[in-house]
Each structure stands twice: as C-alpha cells, then as structure tokens.
Design a protein around this ligand. Structure first.
Ligand code: ADP
Ligand code: MG
Length: 287
C-alpha cells in the first residue's frame, strides 16, 4: 500500500477580473496519477507554471481536486475530520524560509507543531532536540532565526516539520532562494532524513543537480506528467528535456555533447565520478 495516491487529479483555478467576474479557467493540474511508496525519494521537475506547486498543495489538503482524489496514508484529503492528521502525516516546506519561521528563537519555533498537537511538554523538548540534531541545527537552538543564513533557516523549517513526526515531507523548491552552500546543506539534510529516518521525500526543484539522488523523477509540463523514471532514465532523454525547457546536470550535458561528437559514452551519466570512470575505460580500450 503506497503512502500517497494521486488518482486522476485535475485542478482548475477560476480566474477573475478586478470586478470579480469570472474571466476563465486555468487547468493547472490535468489528470495526474501517481503513487508514492513509503520511504521513497521522489523528485518533481518542470518549468514555471507547469503545475508543480498546485499538485504539491493537494498532498497536504491545502487544495482539493476539482476531479479525482488524493489519499494520504489511507486518508482521503476531502475528509475534513482527517485534516489535522493529514497535515501531520505529510508536512510541507515552502520556498521562502522567512515566511515559515514564526518563533522568536529556534527551539521555540520547532516546538510549536508538537505543542499544537497536544504532545506532553517533556516529549516536546525531546522532539525539538532530536529534530534539530537531525538537520544539524542543534547548536543554534537558542538563536534568533533572523541571525541565521537562508540555508540554516530552511533547515529549521524542516526541523519544525520533523518534530510532528511526519511520514512524508513535501518540499516545494526549498532551495530556490538559497546560495550554493545553503542549497547543499538543505539537500544533505533531506537525503539524510530519507536514508536514516526513512521519511518519504517529495522534492520539487528546478536544480537538476538535486534530482540525481531521487529514486524516481516526474517531469511536469502543462499540468501533466510528461516523463517519469529513474534519474538515469530521465537524464538519458536530453533532447526531450530540452523541448520541455529543462536543463540537464552539467556533467550529463558534457557527456551528451561528447557522445554526439563521437566519444562512445553510455547514456545518463549523472556525476563527475561516472564520467571520469567512463572516460578512463574508453582510454584503456584504446590502448
Ligand atoms: P509551478 O509550481 O510549476 O510553477 P503552479 O502550480 O504554481 O506551477 O501554477 C500552475 C498554473 O496555475 C499556472 O498557469 C499558474 O499561472 C496558475 N495558477 C497558480 N496559482 C494560481 C492562482 N492562485 N490563481 C489562478 N491561477 C493560478
Ligand atoms: Mg511552484
């Protein structure tokens, strides 16, 4: 039994003019089905406006499908009585770290979620400690959030979600506003939580380098799933990705161009190490 079932979901925004008259309808998500298994690391790619955020907001019942259904850990998101449980099962991290932290100090912020859930005080402190340690932010527990870098703030946002003991975390472009160092910190934390704690991760991003660690990748275009597969399968399809206005990781791009120029490389090279190994092999065969 999967943890997330998205069944033929369509979502339509109603566009209105300044006088609130209906101007038209935007179909942001168009008949998407996808199922996620517990412990999977899923990445969702797609250029701006392809429907990624709209789809993500269905998973923790911020939006409800116009058609189709979303089931999270056995709970239909349309079931109002399950709302809190759904939000606790599938936590969400957004793009802007400044909009997510509400506490005056880090540990207070991380404690809010469990406190609202009615967790006993002693256990709240245990959860705050374990969550901050899990994202490498425990030393900053008594800092004011506005003293932290973007990457540190995002890790606190992730800790605040973990403190509610979710089974799944959806991250909607969590690194879009961060510098390269902050991006690395956040992705490292996300991978560790998936590896060690087996938390199901759904990472929406347009940084190709962040996708290579995923078990499966979905590429969205015009509200539909245009491609899906392992990172290797997806990044073997360079020309299709370009048609969808997406880049491939730099190393993959280089390997693709070398291959087109006649170097006999395998498809879907994702890391510098893989490229180095493949080139070494070719050189050895040539000697
Ligand atoms: P992405 O996250 O991939 O950039 P979105 O889900 O934000 O895509 O948007 C998908 C489509 O829905 C776009 O055409 C966008 O303009 C439209 N859209 C998003 N939010 C709203 C909204 N609140 N009202 C009307 N249209 C919206
Ligand atoms: Mg978005």
């Amino acid at each position: 039994m999967g943890i997330i079932h998205i069944n033929k979901v369509t979502y339509e925004y109603i566009r209105r003019d300044e006088e609130n008259n209906v101007e038209g309808i935007t179909t942001a998500v168009d008949g998407v089905s996808l199922a996620v298994e517990p412990g999977e690391f899923i990445a969702i790619l797609g250029h701006n406006g392809s429907g990624k955020s709209t789809l993500a907001k269905h998973i923790n019942a911020i939006l409800y499908p116009s058609e189709g259904s979303v089931v999270v850990d056995g709970m239909d998101t349309k079931d109002e009585d399950a709302l809190l449980k759904i939000r606790q099962t599938a936590g969400m991290v957004f793009q802007n770290p400044d909009n997510q932290i509400i506490g005056q100090i880090v540990e207070e912020d991380v404690g809010f979620g469990p406190e609202n859930m009615g967790v006993p005080t002693k256990e709240i402190w245990e959860r705050v400690e374990e969550s901050l340690k899990a994202v490498g932010m425990y030393e900053y527990r008594s800092y004011s959030p506005n003293k932290l870098s973007g990457g540190q703030k995002q890790r606190v946002s992730i800790a605040s979600v973990i403190a509610m003991h979710p089974k799944c975390i959806i991250l909607d472009e969590p690194t879009a506003m961060l510098d390269p160092m902050g991006r690395r910190e956040v992705i490292r934390a996300v991978r560790a939580l998936n590896d060690v704690e087996k938390i199901t991760m759904i990472l929406i991003t347009h940084y190709m380098e962040e996708v290579i660690y995923a078990d499966r990748v979905f590429v969205m275009d015009k509200g539909k799933v245009a491609m899906s597969g392992t990172p290797k399968e997806i990044f073997s399809r360079v020309s299709e990705l370009r048609e969808l206005r997406l880049d491939v990781p730099q190393v993959t791009e280089l390997a693709y161009e070398l291959k087109r120029a006649g170097v006999p490389l395998p498809d879907g090279i994702l890391t510098r190490e893989e490229l180095t190994e493949a080139l070494k092999k070719i050189r050895m065969m040539g000697q």
